[in-house]
Ligand binder design. Structure first.
Ligand SMILES: [Ca+2]
Length: 321
């Protein structure tokens, strides 16, 4: 290069990345041991991590409970009551897309039919979750297929879900006409049979569509925000969002990218990678006196140059910039 070892100012760009990129699957939970309202906790998590914790399945639930430890009583998670009722699946797969409702259903008779069941002919009905029905669980097989397990004792939807989650995968997930027929035909004689369909208005703070729920009993009767009751096997309860509790954030620490422009005025060979590395180490050491958890690197242009003469850089700037 023609501009080696010159006293003319050179400008280089440093890239500073605080923490590495977030990998959100599997979930990583962070207990924040400060009591805040649900809203304050949400703001904190959105700044520092991804959001308040989202729980996708039983594995996540167990991981979260382990993260909380035994000293925590109640802990906010990212579930909050919304306004839109929708039909979803117990196993966490989100909103239902396939609805072979029986004629006249769903009728939400009495205004409290929030759980899905099947009639003998395969048609679906919305029923009262506390009512008694036989139920069908499923087990996910290694080849991705589903094996159905039928229980002939009548139970509430919540208790049926408990049995299925305890011994199998979950209450049955039904997404096609063929699956629906297979379940109905394999069940023997019955009046109504619970499947994994349920209806609620709860939403995850991070916008996740997961429909996994782990309420202490049914759906909460009060409170618009969800809290983990650690002493109750980590089950969830509804609570007043303005109450203060510790909380769990989800996701890794956010990646923060900073661009630092530095000007070098002393005579060094800036095309020499050893010189640049030495300079980088000195800057790194200096910055670490004030902050931690970052990576520092030079930014090079398309030709691999890190430094440019100041006047060259200014000449390339567009007018008005
Ligand atoms: Ca009904």
């Amino acid at each position: 290069m023609v501009w080696l070892k010159s006293a003319v100012p050179f400008i280089g760009i440093l890239l500073l990345f605080q923490r590495t990129t977030a990998q959100l699957i599997p979930q990583q939970y962070h207990l924040i041991n400060v009591s805040l309202t649900w809203y304050e906790a949400q703001s904190f998590c959105r700044v520092k991590y991804t959001d308040l914790a989202t729980v996708n399945n039983m594995d996540d639930k167990n991981k979260l409970v382990n993260t909380l430890g035994s000293n925590v009583t109640y802990c906010w998670i990212g579930l909050q009551k919304g306004i839109t009722h929708r039909w979803m699946w117990s196993d966490g797969r989100g909103t239902a897309q396939f609805f072979p409702w029986a004629s006249g259903e769903p009728d939400n008779s009495g205004g409290n039919e929030w759980c899905g069941q099947m009639f003998q002919n395969g048609g679906w009905n919305d029923g009262q979750c506390g009512g008694g029905s036989v139920f069908v669980c499923y087990e996910l097989q290694q080849d991705g297929s589903q094996k159905y397990i039928y229980y002939t004792a009548t139970n509430s939807w919540e208790n049926s879900q408990e049995v299925c989650r305890g011994s199998h995968t979950d209450l049955a997930y039904v997404s096609t006409k063929a699956e629906n027929s297979e379940i109905a035909n394999g069940a023997g004689t019955f009046n109504t049979m619970w499947i994994g369909l349920f209806n609620d208005v709860w939403m995850w703070s991070d916008g996740s569509g997961t429909s996994f729920r782990y309420w202490l009993s049914g759906s909460p009767v009060s409170g618009d925000c969800a809290s983990v009751a650690v002493s109750q096997q980590g089950r969830w309860i509804g609570a007043d969002c303005n109450q203060k509790a510790v909380f769990a954030c989800g996701g890794d620490l956010k990646l923060k990218r900073m661009v630092i422009r530095i000007t070098i005025r002393f005579e060094v060979d800036l095309t020499n990678s050893i010189v640049r590395d030495t300079l980088l180490k000195k800057l790194d050491t200096s910055l670490r006196q004030k902050m931690t958890d970052f990576n520092l690197s030079w930014q090079s242009d398309q030709s691999g140059h890190v430094f440019q003469r100041q006047e060259q850089l200014e000449a390339t700037k567009k007018p008005g910039c």
